[in-house]
Ligand binder design. Structure first.
Ligand code: FPP
Ligand code: MG
Length: 328
């Protein structure tokens, strides 16, 4: 059993309940909506985000109905953002299967995404806790701003590591932070409790690692992730491996590559050039080392706040290793 399967099996009864809750949250009298949703739910993804909500509750010793509604809310909001993201990015495959816009069209995908988003908000209301509703609502704002920042940067700004980290914080880490916040709030923890801040910091680092790993996939063909290579560059998004290679100002190809990186609408051959430049100049290695450093920091933060060993603490530690080593 892999580390990840091990976490899944410790959470299996809760995940089963959660998936039943999600299914009922998405029920509607519309036959077309039901057909689209049934197809979408065939590829659920790994459900790392609701697992984080549950793990936060477990490590704090209190998983309850609020936790389940909170976990459903983050999973639904996450899926809403992916459904909309595939429209924005014009992507026709995800998780190895056709996207809603790919299988049907943008019109339908936007509406189904709206339905997921509204269902997420409703689930947060069902927690009966205004801090959870606030966390989910803030999250929707941060995700949208993160996406717009990325578009702004791709169009108007010079690429930099600082702005890269700012973007991935907003578009990815914010969701991970919200998950542990919700798990902790549902467990009755106040925000001035040091364990609350430690869980948030762990989740921030986990989220950053998750996005860096996701961005590395874009540099290689034939991964199990089920998305085409070079997609980010096609959209003008410059991620950590290439950002690092572009700092090598002494490299003979530096001027050409820096100019290409700023060019709008790259040709496929130009995308290949940039990808090769990043891969051949230590970009992947640099990104991997960055993740390793963050994972150690996350583990240390967690162990300081939760000094007692527990299976749940082990799960948190295993989760970050899984995220940085994953092949899908
Ligand atoms: C995937 O990133 C997309 C996101 C992490 C966030 C998308 C957010 C929105 C579309 C706006 C907010 C939406 C709602 C419903 C509040 P990516 O494009 O880098 O990764 P990918 O390769 O998986 O598509
Ligand atoms: Mg995308």
């Amino acid at each position: 059993m892999t580390r990840f399967q091990n976490i899944q099996s410790t959470l299996a009864p809760d995940l089963r309940k959660l998936n039943e809750l999600i299914l009922s949250a998405l029920s509607s009298p519309n036959e077309l909506m039901n057909r689209v949703i049934a197809t979408f739910l065939e590829r659920k993804g790994k459900q790392i985000r609701p697992m984080l909500v549950l793990l936060a509750g477990k490590i704090l010793g209190n998983v309850n109905e609020r936790t389940m509604h909170g976990a459903a809310a983050v999973e639904l909001l996450h899926n809403a953002s992916l459904i909309h993201d595939d429209v924005v990015d014009d992507t026709v495959t995800r998780r190895g299967a056709a996207t809603i816009n790919g299988l049907w069209d943008n019109h339908l995908a936007v509406l189904v995404g709206d339905f997921f988003l509204s269902s997420a908000l409703l689930q947060s209301v069902h927690t009966g806790n205004i801090r959870i509703v606030e966390s989910i609502s803030n999250l929707g704002r941060l995700l949208s701003i993160g996406e717009l920042d990325e578009i702004y940067n791709a169009r108007y700004a010079d690429p930099s590591e600082n702005s890269y980290f700012e973007i991935i914080y907003r578009k990815t880490a914010s969701l991970f932070i919200s998950c542990v916040e919700i798990g902790a709030i549902a467990a009755g923890i106040e925000s001035d409790d040091p364990r609350y801040e430690a869980l948030r910091e762990y989740a921030r680092l986990l989220g950053l690692c998750f996005q860096i790993r996701d961005d590395i996939f874009d540099y290689f063909p034939d991964t199990k992730i089920g998305k085409p290579t070079g997609n980010d560059l096609r959209e003008g998004k410059i991620t950590l491996p290439l950002l690092h290679a572009l700092t090598l100002t002494g490299h003979p190809d530096h001027r050409q590559m820096a100019a290409l990186a700023r060019k709008e609408l790259l040709e496929p051959a130009e995308i290949d050039l940039l990808i090769n430049f990043a891969v051949e100049n230590g970009g992947i290695e640099y990104a991997r080392q960055t993740m390793q450093r963050m994972a150690s920091e996350a583990t240390e933060t967690l162990c300081n706040a939760f000094p007692e060993p527990s299976p749940w603490r082990d799960d948190f530690i295993a989760l970050i290793s899984h995220v940085i080593d994953r092949e899908y």
